[in-house]
Design a protein around this ligand. Structure first.
Ligand code: NAD
Length: 251
């Protein structure tokens, strides 16, 4: 039955950046679809936990700017649940500045959280999926700036284009192991990530006018895409970056 293919009952999911924004929405969606969810985040995950049935969510404090954070996150998930079936690399940061003033620190931090830690977590999750011969799902949260250049966000654009390329690369290598690797590219969503844009009346209006759907997105808007890519319904889908953008890219 087709609906059964979307069911995540019995699956173990690990989601980074679980405390707020899109990551919180993804945790709630995967849990509603039946998965047990380990949520890693820099800040407390009490709010996310409060939105999920008791016992179905486990918070893991971790700072992805620290070099071995990926090992701690994977080890704690395995200690708690014994395996990882679904990894969602959602944690991400953005730094805005003109190119002339952009600092090396802002370059390094964004690349570390958005791209390097995404690779290291995927590698660690894939290793245990391969060892268990279980297959699995890796979902990376990309961006419209995986397709476009943006402005005043050089490290973000580079990291998110990198996410799209790496998604295809990992999909190719891991397909023989039954592991599908895909990305979701959210459009302009109402979260902390876009706070500065939304606070700027001109930029905010310009962005809204260009979105065919006529509104900014909210975390629940990417839930369906994430559940689909986490489920057996997408077993023949790999290497794609799926925009969930209210029509932005088609315009
Ligand atoms: P957000 O700022 O609300 O959330 C970012 C998440 O990343 C938080 O949970 C935060 O704890 C986590 N994080 C940041 N730095 C971390 C670190 N050093 N260690 C561990 N966790 C860390 O923003 P969001 O919009 O929910 O962002 C989620 C993802 O979606 C990001 O990858 C972002 O680039 C992407 N995205 C967002 C939009 C948007 O319009 N909001 C658009 C495209 C892509």
């Amino acid at each position: 039955m087709i609906l059964e293919k979307f069911n995540l009952r019995g699956k173990i999911a690990l989601v980074t950046g679980a405390n707020t924004g899109l990551g919180q929405g993804i945790c709630v969606a995967l849990a509603e679809a039946g998965a047990m969810v380990a949520g890693a985040a820099r800040r407390g995950c009490e709010e996310t936990a409060s939105l999920i049935a008791p016992g179905q969510f486990h918070a893991i404090p971790a700072d992805l700017l620290e070099s071995n954070a990926h090992e701690t996150i994977v080890a704690e998930t395995l200690a708690r649940y014994g395996r990882i079936d679904i990894l969602v690399n959602n944690a991400g940061i953005i730094r805005r500045n003109d190119i002339a003033d952009f600092t090396e620190q802002d370059w390094d931090d964004v690349m570390q959280v958005n791209l390097k830690s995404l690779f290291l977590l995927s590698q660690a999750a894939a290793r245990q999926m391969i060892a268990r011969q279980s297959g699995g799902k890796i979902i990376n949260i990309a961006s419209l700036l995986s397709f476009q250049g943006g402005i005043r966000v050089p490290s973000y654009a580079a990291s998110k284009s990198g996410v799209r390329g790496l998604t295809m690369e990992m999909a190719n290598e891991l397909a023989p192991h039954g592991i599908q690797v895909n990305a979701v590219a959210p459009g302009y969503m109402v979260t902390n990530n876009t706070e500065q844009l939304r606070a700027d009346p001109l930029r905010s209006r310009q962005i809204l006018e260009r979105i065919p759907a006529g509104r900014w997105g909210v975390p629940a808007d990417i839930a369906g895409a994430c559940v689909f890519l986490a489920s057996a319904a997408s077993d023949y889908v790999t290497g794609i970056t799926l925009p969930v953008d209210g029509g932005w890219l088609g315009r």
